[in-house]
Design a protein. Sequence first.
Length: 114
Amino acid sequence: MSSEPCMSSHYQLLAHAAAVKIYKTYASQNGLIGITLNCHWFVPFSNDTLDHQASQRALDFMFGWFMQPLTTGNYPETMQSLLGSRLPNFTGAIQATYWILTELTTSIAIFIIF
């Protein structure tokens, strides 16, 4: 994976964080700011450890890519170890007052050696 998708999603999250900060600083409506994440869910093909790891890796890239920075301030370890310097770092807090998960499909994950 090139660095462009990493940078694009990173700036999406930073833009969300900037909007939250501005709203909390200047808004008087006492509303909430949230984010809706769309995710394809993954379950392992079998009870094999490699299939479980493949399922978790798929979830990290599909869901954790956007959710984990909102909850922990950083990307999933899986992404950090596989993408290295292509994945930018966060320097400040990003957060959502609440979040909504839209899960439309569930897929089966199986480990395949390329």
